[in-house]
Design a protein around this ligand. Structure first.
Ligand code: BTN
Length: 272
């Protein structure tokens, strides 16, 4: 499937409704790269600045979370953006939480009712629409550079548990997202607003907004054969699970904090 990417259309969409004195984004658009995250790291090593963006029509070695592969044929959105947050290394996961919330929120403003599946999945109708991969460089305990990579299914084929925006918009006479450039601009605005929320309002407010869009709250999960309920996410991105177990005297509900990547939550329809 062939999709052209028009730089001018993207620039117009990014500038719409805003008075930039200096347009912050430096856009690098490619036909094919191994991974937009890797290409951006290479550009950063050559002196590229924060808010540099790499976009590719396809990736030949797209990277997913936890060392997985991200299959990236043409028709999908593959982008990476560089940022320089003032954050301690231990708070790295906040960049993923902020991006997930910001992107979902911006898409919802366009009428696409995206939710979040912990920790980094964007979901639509209970299926995976996209994912986020944040990579960081740490210096003296602080993040010196970060690359946020986003993959979103636009018109590319998807597996059983996935959905693309084309499928979802099929029944709409006027499509909320009319082209790949508008989707790209919406995602970039989402990352920008997520970072702004984190920097200006802080992790507590950001987390409360993230939780409003989280589809997993109340899910029943099993940890080492013990039943528990998802009750939230910590400021470091861990899943909060309230475990219910009985001892001889009374019922106790201790809380467990689960590291991202150590359990997988299923896809399902949800109300957010
Ligand atoms: C996930 O596993 O859900 C995260 C997937 C992130 C994929 C994107 S596509 C653009 C960027 N470049 C990469 O190599 N990966 C991210």
């Amino acid at each position: 499937m062939s999709v052209e990417f028009e730089r001018q259309k993207l620039e117009l969409a990014l500038k719409a409704g805003r008075n930039w004195d200096n347009f912050p984004f430096s856009l690098h658009i490619f036909d094919s790269v191994a991974s937009t995250n890797q290409t951006l790291w290479n550009l950063l090593a050559q002196g590229a600045k924060p808010w540099s963006v790499v976009i590719a029509r396809q990736q030949t070695a797209g990277r997913g979370q936890w060392g997985r592969q991200w299959i990236s044929p043409t028709g999908g959105l593959y982008l990476s953006i560089a940022i320089a947050p003032k954050l301690e290394a231990s708070a790295s996961y906040q960049l993923t939480l902020a991006s997930a919330w910001g992107i979902a929120d911006q898409l919802r403003c366009c009428g696409v009712v995206v939710g979040i599946k912990w920790p980094n999945d964007l979901v639509l109708n209970g299926r995976k629409l996209g994912g986020i991969l944040t990579e960081t460089k740490i210096n003296n305990g602080y993040i010196s550079q970060a690359v946020i990579g986003v993959g979103i299914n636009w018109i590319n084929p998807v597996p059983e548990t996935g959905i693309n925006l084309e499928m979802w918009q099929a029944s709409y006479a006027t499509k909320p997202i009319s082209c790949l450039e508008i989707l790209t601009s919406t995602v970039l605005r989402g990352i920008e607003s997520g970072m702004e929320c984190l920097a200006q309002e802080g992790i507590t407010i950001l987390l409360s907004r993230y939780l409003e869009l989280l589809s997993n709250l109340g899910d029943k999960v099993y940890i080492n054969d013990l039943a528990g309920t998802v009750v939230g996410v910590t400021s470091q991105g861990k899943l909060r699970v309230s475990l219910e177990y009985y001892d001889t005297t009374d019922i106790k509900t201790p809380e467990l904090y689960i590291e991202p990547g150590t359990i997988s939550l299923g896809y399902r329809k949800s109300s957010v």
